[in-house]
Design a protein around this ligand. Structure first.
Ligand SMILES: *Cc1c(COP(=O)(O)O)cnc(C)c1O
Length: 426
């Protein structure tokens, strides 16, 4: 696919390029397995001597086409779909970390990622130091150790809506000889392309805006191909030293810029599964075709909702980087000048149950755990997604106990605001 196509064209055209007589629309290759004519042909696939499909846990043409589309949208060199955003994060780290290693991460990240790093990876012997992403470069560098293998942050944190200074994070990561891994779920490549600012690896929960219709849980890992693993060979032996489970191949030597994703496929997907189903990838692809139309509308509606809330006397505070007075307004203008996302957070005056009563009175906006899809939805993280965190951890993660996460959909914004108004007035 022509890399010079603009995002709108890539949303529609990238990934699936049918040849003569093939289906115009990406087909669902609903097959676990693929046929070969000789035993030798199959053997070469297992030796990674030829590329080709043999079992859908590793690769499938439908999922590969959709991964290629997202790869083109982010401007990367290789990508893989995963069964969920959580699987994408897990694999992104596990691909370069093992027991005894260390990660530095922003502390305002998504609750699931916070648990993955702080609890589950910790049990596997991979430790994480959580830092304030707004701290100075020196303060953040102080968290690094000789065994640190990655720096991690979210372009727009969920639900704190902090905007990451990507260039600052990239400078720190590269000075320390590690890749910057960025979760770009909320911004999407329509609003921000982190590779252009120095990020090395991008992950997404495709369950959010990419799917856009709340039909499929999924994730993706995209590699920029820019991180020079061989220059840090001692830190990343998994990529730069022979893999005995594949007849001694060395990923960086054999696959060049494709090393990171090839290793994730051949080792992690092989051993752990977590692949996305072709059926889900097909639906995700349909979502991606309209991503460039939906995201601007989410942002336009969210800005109007945020402005309405800011001017309502029952509202204690509003957080939306699109608002001129917001702490992150300048960073948002730098990294995502077209808009941030459709999610707005706010608090209501009065006690905590005011938030719960407000939510119960909403008629159009639904109380759901999901966020970032076509339908307006609402959630109270302290009682729902983040209820396992202590009050101090909540505050550290940038989540006030009264925070209402309002995910503005693409309905008519007057109807959304009218719904908020009637619920506030009850
Ligand atoms: C939802 C979300 C995830 C986890 O993705 P799932 O698809 O739910 O597993 C990770 N990061 C961010 C920013 C998210 O919003």
């Amino acid at each position: 696919m022509d890399k010079n196509f603009k995002l709108e064209t890539l949303c529609i055209q990238a990934g699936w390029n049918p040849k003569k007589g093939e289906p115009r629309v990406l087909p669902i290759y609903q097959s676990t397995t693929f046929k070969y004519e000789t035993s030798e042909q199959m053997a070469r696939l297992f030796d990674l001597e030829d590329s080709g499909y043999f079992y859908s846990r590793l690769q499938n043409p439908t999922t590969d086409a959709v991964a290629a589309k997202i790869c083109a949208l982010e401007g990367g060199v290789a990508a893989m779909l995963t069964s969920s955003g959580q699987a994408a994060s897990f694999f992104a780290f596990l691909n370069i970390c093992s027991a005894g290693d260390h990660i530095v991460s922003a502390n305002t990240i998504y609750g699931g990622s916070f648990n993955l790093l702080g609890v589950t990876l910790n049990k596997l012997g991979i430790e994480t130091t959580f830092i304030n992403q707004d701290a100075s470069e020196d303060e953040i560098k102080a968290a690094f150790r000789p065994n640190t293998k990655a720096l991690f942050g979210e372009t727009i944190s969920n639900p704190g809506l902090n905007i990451l200074d990507i260039e600052k994070f990239a400078r720190i990561a590269h000075a320390e000889g590690v890749p910057l891994i960025v979760d770009n779920t909320f911004a999407t490549p329509i609003n921000c392309r982190p590779f252009e600012f120095g990020a090395d690896i991008i992950i997404h929960s495709t369950s959010k805006y990419m799917d856009g219709h709340a039909t499929c849980v999924g994730g993706v890992i995209v590699d920029s191909g820019n991180f020079d693993w061989d220059a840090q060979a001692a830190k990343f032996p998994g990529l730069t030293a022979p893999d005995e489970s594949y007849h001694g191949i060395t990923y960086t030597q054999k696959f060049g810029k494709g090393a990171y994703i090839t290793k994730a496929t051949t080792q992690l997907m092989r051993d752990l599964g977590s692949t996305q189903s072709p059926q889900n990838a097909f639906l995700l692809n349909i979502g991606l075709e309209t991503l460039h139309l939906r995201v601007p509308r989410h942002c336009e509606n969210a800005l109007k909702v945020a402005a309405y809330l800011e001017n309502n006397e029952k509202v204690a505070w509003v957080n939306y980087a699109g608002l001129p007075g917001n702490k992150y307004h300048d960073l948002a203008n730098k990294y995502m000048p077209k808009g941030t996302c459709g999610v707005v957070t706010f608090g209501l005056k009065g006690s905590r149950d005011v938030a719960t009563r407000f939510m119960d009175n909403l008629e159009l906006a639904a109380i759901v755990t999901h966020v970032a899809d076509a339908r307006t939805s609402v959630l109270h993280p302290a009682s729902h997604t983040h209820r396992q965190l202590t009050d101090q951890q909540l505050l550290d993660a940038g989540i006030a106990p009264d925070l209402i996460r309002f995910s503005v959909g693409i309905e008519n914004v007057e109807d959304i605001i009218a719904d908020i108004e009637q619920a506030l007035n009850k």
